[in-house]
Design a binder for this molecule. Structure first.
Ligand SMILES: [Mn+2]
Length: 315
């Protein structure tokens, strides 16, 4: 909202799912208040599958500020902005799922110099779209919503902005918005990251000899380099010293660490163990697998098997 105001943006396009569920009256009022503060920007939005138009939805009767233009029809509607030489078209979801490819025949009416389509969905249950078909519809630009991860479907033509902030712990990578310009020279779009936080999944390469203290240092440094504001999942991989046990809980104290997964295997001195276990089950097990390459499934089986047999022995 602030960026629209500062940069004197003409149109703020919201491609559906502004809300994650049916909006409450007070939520519409708050959003409308924010929109009403925009002195240069007009807002056009459609409604997606999450905030779809139920018969009793507040969307039906809500009185928006004069700079807000909802496209609430279940079939194609349009808003004309003659001063911008631009029309914006789109439709809204009236049910949770639409399996029909409604955009496939939604050709640009060609009533204005510049024509933009606001579209939501793209997967099997939410108006499936085909890239090749979108290309033939004749719009100057198609602003896409539904998928949280930002992605370009057609360069400078059809782009998913993604969610402004990540909404799920697996929603990794940058989040932000798409800034676009339409001029005589054509359309230019740019993804601008602006999320306050990012989810980061990081693999920690564990080497033999690495202690619990060294692991803590590694995690502390990693968070320092990648930002205290972000949220982390660490995945420990590799072979750890057989004597070392990692204290995963304490690693969570260095920042926003929401999960630590230990996928390491203990590293053993197989020759030494073999020497002491000639002929018994453990010895024969090592004998059968010890010559495989590090990194092979057999080598991993060697570690896991020895670990299991050692634990049984100790027990
Ligand atoms: Mn959606």
């Amino acid at each position: 909202m602030n960026i629209c105001e500062w940069e004197e943006i003409d149109l703020l396009l919201i491609a559906g799912d502004l809300f994650h569920r049916q909006p409450l009256m007070r939520e519409l009022k708050e959003v409308n208040f924010l929109f009403s503060k925009l002195s240069k920007t007009r807002v056009v939005f459609i409604v997606g599958n999450h905030d779809y138009l139920k018969p009793d939805s507040y969307y039906h009767t809500f009185q928006w500020n004069e700079n807000v233009y909802p496209l609430l029809n279940g079939h194609m509607g349009g808003i004309e902005f003659p001063d911008l030489q631009t029309n914006v078209y789109g439709l809204s979801y009236h049910q949770r799922e639409i399996t029909e490819g409604l955009y496939d025949r939604m050709f640009a009416p060609k009533k204005q110099k510049y024509e933009i389509l606001l579209a939501h969905g793209g997967d099997e249950k939410h108006i499936p779209v085909k890239k090749e078909v979108l290309e033939t519809l004749g719009y100057d630009y198609i602003a896409l919503g539904h998928i949280h991860k930002p992605q370009v479907l057609i360069e400078n033509k059809a782009v998913y902005a993604g969610s402004l902030e990540p909404t799920d712990k697996n929603d990794i990578g940058k989040h932000g918005y798409v800034r676009g310009d339409i001029t005589e020279q054509g359309v230019g779009t740019e993804f601008i990251p602006c999320a306050k936080r990012e989810y980061i999944h990081a693999v920690v390469p564990i080497e033999e000899g690495m202690t619990g203290g060294a692991l803590k240092d590694w995690i502390r440094n990693y968070i320092g380099e990648h930002g205290l504001e972000n949220m982390y999942k660490f995945i420990l991989q590799g072979f750890r010293d057989a004597d070392v046990q990692f204290d995963l809980e304490s690693a969570k104290s260095f920042g926003n660490v929401f999960e630590v997964v230990d996928e390491t295997n203990p590293s053993y001195d197989f020759e030494k163990i073999l020497e002491k276990n000639q002929g018994n089950l453990l010895g024969r097990y090592i004998e059968s697998l010890k010559d495989y390459d590090k990194g092979s499934v057999e080598y991993q089986a060697l570690h896991l098997g020895v670990q299991a047999l050692m634990e049984t022995k100790r027990g």
